[in-house]
Design a protein around this ligand. Structure first.
Ligand code: GLY
Length: 371
C-alpha cells in the first residue's frame, strides 16, 4: 500500500515513502542508509510521548538502536538555545560524519534537526519522519532547514536535503482537527498554484480525508509532494519557480507577525487566509474573474477552515501597519516586494508589479468586513 515519490536532485536525490504503518517498518526502510546499526533521533515531547516507542520497536526489529533527544514542543524551540543543545547532544552522543540523524516531528523539529545535520561535522545525512500534515506535505521535502532569529522567522539556516522521507499516514490520526486543517491549508495551496484538477478533486474528496479515510489521505500527501518535488527539482534554491510555493505567504507572514506567532493563528491557517487574499487581489487587478476567489473561499469554508480576518480572534493592526510588516518580508528585493498572484485556480505566477494601493484596498476591505 506504500507509495513512493522520487525527488530527482542528482547526487542529492531521495525518495519520499508514503503510507500507513511506516514507523513499524522504519528499520527495514532506513537500514540501507546506515554504516553502523545506530541512529540519533531528535523529537519533541508530544511526538516522543505518542510515537517514540513505535519508532524504537520498528528500528529494533532490524537490530538498529537509537538514542533520542526530546525538545519542548512549539515554535519557540526553533531558536539558538535549543539548536545549541541539539548540536552539543549529537557531539556528546559521538554521532559521526557517516551516521544518520532522524528528525521525528512536525515542521519545527524537521527544520531544527535538519539544520543540525547540515552543520554537524560539516554535514551529516538525515532522515525526515514528519508527523504533522503540514510537515508531510511541505516542510519535510525540499531541504529548507533552519531556525528563527529575533529579527524574523527562518532567517538562519541552510539548504540540506534529507536522504529519505517517511510520511506515515497513520500518525495523522493523532492530530487535533485544528492541526490537521492547518496542514490542509498547504495542500489547498498546491492545487491553487499549479493544478486545477487537483483542486476539483479536493472539492469532492478532502472532507473524506479530513474524516480519516486513509486512501484519500495518502492521495492528498502523494499529490502534494509530487508537486513540491517537481518544483524543487526545477529550482532547488529558490531562484525562480520555487517562489510559487509562497502563494498566500506574504499576507500570512504579516498576519502571523501581527498575532505574535501565537495560537491565535497557526501557520497553515494563515496560508489559507493568505491564499484567499491573494485571489482577491488578483481579481481586483483584473487578472482573474471574481468567481475564482469565491470558489476558493467556498471550499475553505466547507472544510471548516479560517477564511477571513474575522476568523482571527482578538484585535488586528490597521491596513497601514499590516503593510509595514509586509515590507519586512524576506521576499523584498531592492526595496520592492514580490507577490504570488493568479490568473485563475491552478495558474500562479510571481510578480513585483503590484500597486501598493491595491494591496492596501484588499486589506482594508478584509478588515472592514470584520465589522
Ligand atoms: N515551504 C516552501 C518551500 O519549501 O520552498
Amino acid at each position: 500500500m506504500n507509495e513512493t515519490v522520487h525527488v530527482g536532485l542528482g547526487a542529492r536525490a531521495y525518495d519520499i515513502t508514503i503510507g500507513p504503518g511506516l514507523l513499524a517498518q522504519a528499520g527495514a526502510l532506513i537500514a540501507p542508509l546506515l554504516k553502523r546499526p545506530h541512529v540519533a533521533v531528535i523529537t519533541d515531547e508530544n511526538v516522543g510521548r505518542l510515537h517514540l516507542e513505535t519508532l524504537r520497536k520498528g528500528l529494533n526489529s532490524n537490530d538498529i538502536t537509537l538514542s533520542s533527544l526530546m525538545l519542548p514542543a512549539g515554535e519557540a524551540t526553533k531558536s539558538w538555545p535549543h539548536f545549541e543543545r541539539a548540536v552539543e547532544w549529537l557531539l556528546e552522543e559521538r554521532i559521526e560524519r557517516s551516521d544518520v540523524l532522524i528528525a521525528f516531528g512536525g515542521g519545527v523539529i524537521g527544520d531544527l534537526a535538519g539544520f543540525a545535520a547540515a552543520v554537524l561535522r560539516r554535514g551529516i545525512r538525515f532522515v525526515q519522519i514528519p508527523t504533522s500534515l503540514l510537515a508531510q506535505v511541505d516542510s519535510s521535502v525540499g531541504g529548507k532547514t533552519g531556525i528563527n532569529a529575533p529579527q524574523g522567522k527562518n532567517l538562519i539556516g541552510s539548504f540540506h536535503q534529507p536522504s529519505l522521507v517517511l510520511a506515515d499516514t497513520d500518525v495523522l490520526g493523532t492530530l487535533t482537527k485544528r492541526d490537521y486543517l492547518a496542514g490542509y491549508g498547504e495542500v489547498v495551496k498546491y492545487s491553487l498554484l499549479g493544478n486545477s484538477d487537483f483542486f476539483q478533486w479536493l472539492e469532492g474528496n478532502a472532507s473524506r480525508a479530513a474524516e480519516g479515510d486513509m486512501a484519500a489521505r495518502i492521495a492528498i500527501v502523494k499529490r502534494s509532494v509530487e508537486m513540491k518535488a517537481d518544483i524543487v527539482e526545477r529550482d532547488e534554491k529558490e531562484h525562480g519557480d520555487r517562489a510559487l510555493l509562497n502563494l498566500g505567504h506574504t499576507f500570512c507572514h504579516a498576519l502571523e507577525a501581527a498575532t505574535g506567532y501565537s495560537d491565535r493563528l497557526l501557520h497553515g491557517e494563515g496560508v489559507a487566509i493568505g491564499c484567499a487574499l491573494a485571489f482577491e487581489l488578483s481579481a481586483r487587478m483584473g487578472l482573474c474573474s471574481q468567481e475564482e476567489p469565491s470558489r476558493v473561499r467556498a471550499h475553505l469554508r466547507e472544510m471548516g477552515m479560517k477564511v477571513d480576518l474575522s476568523d482571527i480572534a482578538g484585535d488586528l493592526p490597521d491596513a497601514e501597519a499590516l503593510m509595514r510588516i509586509m515590507a519586512q518580508d524576506k521576499k523584498m528585493m531592492g526595496g520592492v516586494l514580490s507577490y504570488v498572484l493568479v490568473r485563475g485556480i491552478g495558474d500562479a505566477f510571481v510578480t513585483s508589479d503590484v500597486d501598493p494601493e491595491m494591496v492596501r484596498g484588499v486589506l482594508q476591505g478584509a478588515l472592514n468586513a470584520r465589522g
